[in-house]
Design a protein around this ligand. Structure first.
Ligand SMILES: Cc1ncc(COP(=O)(O)O)c(C=O)c1O
Length: 940
């Protein structure tokens, strides 16, 4: 093992590049070993130098390999011996064999390959890894981290003892990795994504034997911030808590020989799955480890569906494709069966019996699958949804909001929320995000904007009606809220405000220790802990003393508010498009609930499910939700890590490529997030002095952070508008993406991407850049001027983004109110009556005249251009000159809610001025009467 005094060029705590960097190190070693072999074969004079180079790379690599079961100490020792004994050929062969095995993961499938390392490392070198063992059923492989204070010399014996316990009937197979300290256990858990369980022996020391200063910096801040006292003396329990914070899915076992029953009864030890007495039978430990994995592996709905598909079932219900007979026997559509395969049809049914359960009222396998998902995602309840998050959002909003309630919502949120307001009759109070005008997109809503809206509502006597805050986390372009701070500060003003976090894009974030605290469930967990902490109560009371009685709004706005822990009701809902970031079929979505008052809305929640869920849900989507959960609980950490690494690789490759970076650039956090929201001083992940302790600090403190996996690639500087560039990538290069802006496209990495995808992308960008270079060179000054003008137009002549103007007085209870909520539902249904509407062409002089002299223009419907994809008009909204200017500058073809031939659809002045509202208009005609919400009326 390497010592602390050794400083390698790539330290073990360089976390952001864990997995890929490991492969790179093995590849470099292989390259060096081959050079050395060649030099030896042809008797090159520098063969000694080649040997030395190989040796340095090997030493560097060894530092990291302590944290992995494969190749393990025996093989590494053998490799070291070959290098030191001048065996160039043997070194090259063994390195080749190990790196191939690592790259293909064949060591996971092939138990004999792993065993060989113990028996005969020498023999192993000459074998090519076989991949899957012939005839053997696949048994998933994982690694167990053993944290032991015993002398390292005894570790291999312990490992051997556990290996002897393997039985043929075990469903999984594992190997062990030994470390000897708290810090090394944390490192192992971070670095090795194959670790699924941790066994902690009592009495471990704290410091690492590796050189890991950044880890220490991180640990000190991270553990303290999460209430873990690593200096407590006995480190076992603190280690268990720390590891659970990093990777909550891990099973943790504790071995002690002093009063195990006492520890087992300690509430702070709930993070430990089982406590064992050290001297007892290790078979129990072995079986418990397997049992823990089995619990995560089990996918009750999917497994039952597979069994169902194998049964000879006669169907007399309405789903002809079930069993596939109408397809496979058909003269004309047999190819459909051939394409999709028999199982798809055998696994289809419209029945809810036979363990298939009912999605609308689950009592069996779906219920269990949802409970497992709740555990995995850190929620109290989970609802599977098979019609996308568009439906999940509407369900939550219908369930939580009634007519007259006020819903504070980001104006740029997904359209499902706007429709949620229409459905529920709640009055949207739109909050503006900060604009990124140059890139025609919006960022996040500043916390000060949210607080001001709540304080204004309070001033207007309407705070009791403010029921729900809806925010998109992260936004399409990757802006992540400081979820904890948003909830804490809003609850300080309105202690029972409910939160709906639309995490359509961010479901995967649960499996990143960086991002988790910025997810709805992660932040709720942190706040739950905080609100129970006596120190928090003290800090709150101290803040109250400082603020004094009746603090001004200005003071409240500038203070980082703490919530009253005795009053808060932490009610958090999250929706996520599981299909967008996990291995789930399209439209698979989940609603997560963490709400101590859920029982008060449970009935209406079920009503909302009945309203929106199809009575014919697709069984395959339900099964894939179940399977996506399994995957994330078992390999989500590793996969998400890789997606983050790949995103960083793309950022680095594009921005540092001498040719590509002349025309293209991926925007960093500093360009996507104004400095005032990067409180920690964080600049970007690629900044030269960056390390992951700083990234963690920024993720803890900053008001807004950037999800690195969402990459805004500026293409305007290459003369392409977003749509044009997207279409070109699809048509000419088979590269697909979905979001564009005037001068950029959005690239995303996810758990599906590989390094080859990146290589392909970079190759394409090089090709396009070369083409531009050639065109500019061939075309001479004329072409260069045209190009420069095009770039200028795309990059500097950008339309201002129109803010939400206001609702027409017709749809406001009190037009003099300083809060701008409006009855959008009334406006929406007003447009159902043709005589109440009119159309005006966008280019017509009449439109300009009306803008100048009135009567005001009021939109009859939603107008949503793609891109940017947010509604620039909503029903009942007054249309101002800014919005018209934006519309006129828009050069996109797809504008939902607008037909160019007819023009803008408006509510006409006669209707707007009429005293008697139409029967569909629920706004009271008497102005200046403050209406109570239906809920407040019910409460009376
Ligand atoms: C923020 C946000 N919420 C919700 C949705 C809707 O999700 P789904 O496509 O699963 O219906 C989207 C879709 O793009 C979205 O961007």
């Amino acid at each position: 093992m390497s010592t602390a005094s050794r400083v390698s060029t790539a330290r073990v705590d360089q976390f952001f590049t864990v997995a890929e960097a490991r492969f790179d190190r093995w590849r470099s070693l292989l390259q060096a070993a081959r050079n050395w072999e060649r030099a030896t074969r042809v008797q090159q004079p520098d063969k000694q130098k080649c040997q030395a180079a190989t040796s340095v790379l090997f030493e560097d690599l060894r530092e990291w390999e302590d944290f992995f079961a494969y190749p393990g100490q025996a093989l590494l020792r053998a490799l070291g011996e070959r290098i030191s004994s001048d065996d160039a050929t043997g070194t090259a062969h063994l390195t080749q064999a190990i790196s191939t095995s690592l790259l293909t993961h064949s060591y996971r499938n092939n138990s004999s390959e792993r065993e060989d390392q113990e028996i005969s490392p020498a023999g192993f070198a000459d074998r090519v890894p076989l991949g899957h063992e012939e005839g053997a059923t696949h048994r998933p492989y994982f690694e167990v981290l053993m944290v032991s204070p015993a002398r390292p010399a005894t570790w291999s014996e312990l490992a051997h003892d556990l290996r002897k316990l393997r039985r043929n009937e075990d469903s999984f197979i594992y190997d062990t990795v030994f470390v000897g300290s708290f810090e090394d256990a944390v490192l192992g858990t971070i670095l090795n994504g194959s670790i699924e369980a941790v066994v902690i022996y009592e009495g471990i020391p704290f410091p690492s034997s590796h050189h890991a200063p950044v880890l220490r910096e991180f640990l000190t801040a991270y553990l303290a911030a999460n209430g873990v006292d690593a200096n407590a003396g006995l480190h076992g329990l603190e280690l268990a808590q720390a590891l659970k914070l990093l990777r909550p899915e891990l099973d943790i076992y504790f071995l002690t020989d002093t009063q195990p029953e006492k520890l087992a009864g300690d509430r702070s030890a709930s993070c430990i799955r089982r406590v064992f007495c050290q001297v007892e039978e290790p078979l129990e430990l072995h079986l418990s480890i397997l049992d823990g994995i089995a619990e995560r592996y089990k996918t009750p709905y999917f497994e039952n569906l597979q069994r169902y598909a194998q049964r000879p079932i006669g169907t007399f219900h309405a789903l002809p494709v079930a069993r596939g007979k109408s397809i496979f026997k058909s003269n004309w559509i047999r190819d459909m069966g051939q394409f999709y395969g028999l199982n798809l049809f055998l696994a289809e049914s419209s029945a809810t019996t036979g363990g298939l359960d009912s999605l609308l009222e689950p009592t069996g396998n779906i219920k269990i699958a949802q409970e497992k998902a709740a555990r995995a995602f850190g929620a109290d309840h989970v609802f599977f949804v098979t019609n996308g998050t568009s439906t999940s959002n509407k369900m939550v909003e219908q369930a939580l909001l009634g007519p007259g309630d006020i819903m504070l919502v980001d104006r740029n949120c997904h359209k499902s929320h706007h429709y949620g307001a229409v459905i529920s009759g709640a009055l949207p109070l739109y909050l503006e995000a900060y604009p990124l005008t140059q890139y025609s997109m919006y960022g996040a809503v500043p916390i000060s904007t949210m607080k001001k809206a709540l304080l204004d509502l309070k001033a207007e006597g309407k705070l009791d009606r403010a029921r729900l805050l809806v925010l998109t986390n992260c936004t399409f372009d990757g802006h992540i809220y400081n979820v904890e701070r948003v909830m804490e500060e809003c609850l300080a003003i309105k202690p029972d405000l409910i939160f709906l976090w639309d995490e359509a894009w961010f479901g995967f974030a649960r499996w990143s220790p960086f991002y988790r605290r910025r997810t709805a469930m992660g932040a709720a967990e942190i706040l739950e802990r905080k609100f129970k902490d006596p120190a928090y109560r003290e800090a709150y009371e101290e803040q109250q003393r400082k603020l004094g009685a009746g603090p001004s709004d200005a003071l409240l706005l500038q203070t980082r508010l703490l919530a009253n822990p005795d009053k808060v009701r932490l009610r958090v809902y999250q929706t996520n498009s599981t299909h967008k970031s996990m291995s789930c079929l399209r439209q698979g979505s989940m609603v997560l609930v963490k709400d101590p008052d859920y029982h008060t809305v449970e009935e209406q929640f079920h009503e909302a499910v009945f309203t929106h869920a199809s009575t014919s849900p697709n069984l395959q989507i339900i099964a894939s939700l179940d399977v996506a959960r399994r995957q994330m609980e078992l390999e989500g950490y590793e996969l998400v890590n890789r997606a983050i690494q790949l995103a960083l690789d793309i950022r680095r490759a594009v921005n540092s490529h001498p040719l590509v970076s002349k025309y293209f650039r991926v925007l960093g956090a500093d360009e996507m997030i104004p400095a005032e929201f990067r409180n920690s001083g964080f600049v970007d992940y690629l900044a030269p002095d960056m390390n992951w302790a700083k990234a963690v600090k920024a993720l803890r403190e900053d008001e807004v952070a950037l999800d690195v996996t969402r990459l805004t690639l500026v293409c305007g500087s290459a003369g392409f508008d977003g749509t044009q560039f997207k279409n070109m990538l699809a048509a000419d290069y088979d590269i697909q993406l979905n979001k564009t802006s005037r001068n950029s496209i959005l690239l995303q990495t996810n758990i599906n991407n590989t390094r080859s995808d990146i290589a392909q992308l970079i190759k394409v960008l090089v090709e396009i850049s070369e083409k531009i270079e050639k065109q500019l060179a061939d075309g001479g000054p004329a072409a260069q001027q045209t190009f420069a003008a095009r770039v200028r137009s795309l990059m500097t002549d950008v339309p201002n983004l129109p803010n939400f103007s206001s609702f027409s007085a017709r749809f406001r209870e009190d037009p003099s109110s300083k809060t701008w909520e409006g009855d959008m539902r009334a406006a929406f249904f007003s447009a159902y009556r043709a005589p109440q509407c009119e159309h005006l062409k966008l280019a017509s002089p009449e439109l300009d005249k009306r803008l100048k002299d009135g009567p005001e223009l009021v939109s009859a419907n939603f107008v949503i251009p793609y891109p940017p994809g947010f509604p620039i008009m909503v029903p009942g909204q007054v249309i101002n000159a800014e919005t018209i200017e934006f519309m006129r500058k828009l050069d996109v073809k797809e504008i939902h809610g607008y037909t160019a031939a007819l023009g803008l659809k408006l509510l006409n002045p006669a209707f707007l001025q009429s005293v008697n509202p139409s029967s569909t208009n629920t706004v009271q005609s008497t102005k200046n009467v403050k209406r109570k919400s239906a809920r407040a009326a019910m409460d009376d």
